[in-house]
Write a protein that binds this ligand. Sequence first.
Ligand SMILES: Cc1ncc(COP(=O)(O)O)c(C=O)c1O
Length: 443
Amino acid sequence: MLILVNPVGAGKTEGMSELLARHRAVMPSWMPLYYENPMEIVGGKGARVTDAEGRTYLDFFTGIVTNMLGYDVPEVREAVERQLAKGVVHTSTLYLIRSQVELAEKIARLSGIPDAKVFFTNSGTEANETALLLATHARGSDEVLALRGSYHGRSFGTVAVTGNKAWKNSSLSPLNVHYLHGTDHASPAFRHLTEREYIDVCVADLRDVLDTTAPNVACLIAEPIQGVGGFAMPPDGLYAAYKEVLDEHGVLFVSDEVQTGWGRTGTSFFGIGNHGVTPDAMTFAKGLGNGFAVGGVVARGDLMDGLPALGVATFGGNPVSMAAAGATLDHVLEHDLQGNALRQGGTIIEGLRALRELPCVKDVRGKGLMFAIEMVDPATDAPSSVLAGRVLEAARERGLLVGKGGVRGNVLRMAPPMNLSTEEAAEGRDILLDAVRAVAGQA
Ligand SMILES: Cc1ncc(COP(=O)(O)O)c(C=O)c1O
């Protein structure tokens, strides 16, 4: 039987609707595509991408907070090309990998975790699975605390600690999970409280869970800023207050830095630093490889070494992703991109705050180059994923790619490349202002 791999035939450019139909036929229905007319990105340079129809966009979502240096970065490309030229893409961790050791040394040092060790994986999900394994083994317990609204991945264990129904495929769980407050200050139950009072209420709830509900908790796993959760931010200091209580009970703290690491928040190299907390373990992925698949966990050495059985992640720490990640991290450090995130993010967020006067905008928030706009129905003040969807489309029409998130799907979230220029920052901000105002005008 003859199988046509490309039914359109060589040389003929296929339209988006044909590709979409083929996508829908063979890809899972639960893997979402953006836009009423989904796009195919075929090129990229700096902070811009080009689609198959030749349109160029400024990219403020960077492949879901992943291309943190943007596209076609010479240092990253050359580092990967140098490795490819050696003829070795993969060796396995049964052999010494110099670039892996060097990157682990850097991450261990940057983490601030005492005597830290690093295990490399291929994704954030796998990194969180590893952290959960370390903590549950160390504490001899399957009890885990997580936050409402969290997202930690798509495997059985990480779905179990995900507090976001839209991304939670199963309530069956390998873990006993208790959900804490922390990002719901705006909810009717808490919105009358000051930030300090809200932190006190959250901490009292944590104490209550530990005293009355959960006899032997292994760890708290938490995102410093909830990514998929719509960049929902616990008040600064919440995690320090949580940590005090956790320490009293010997409960470990795992910070999921998959979106917040590497200086993106501007004010701290890892998001948890904004709370003055040094966790027992941190997980990372996304931005580190600037698009190459790399994730990992950095943890206290005794915690990491505590596992009784052997373990490898076959592709984890492979020479190609290590080359990409090493070059990316060096670029971030050498160009002080944390400082750039603080500067550019600060001006963008400041500019976007003007949108708060619109009845359909509930909130404008962010830290550094991680910022969000929350949309509500102006008539009812209810979260509006419809209006968020319209802004997503309106931004695209104006040449800007942004993301969407939030437990109710009503938040626009932006995470531009961390080397964004002042001009690009102003361009993106102005497009956002215009897109939201246009949508508000029709709402
Ligand atoms: C905070 C956080 N943790 C974990 C993950 C899972 O990472 P991955 O998709 O690489 O498995 C994500 C992905 O969006 C994330 O945002």
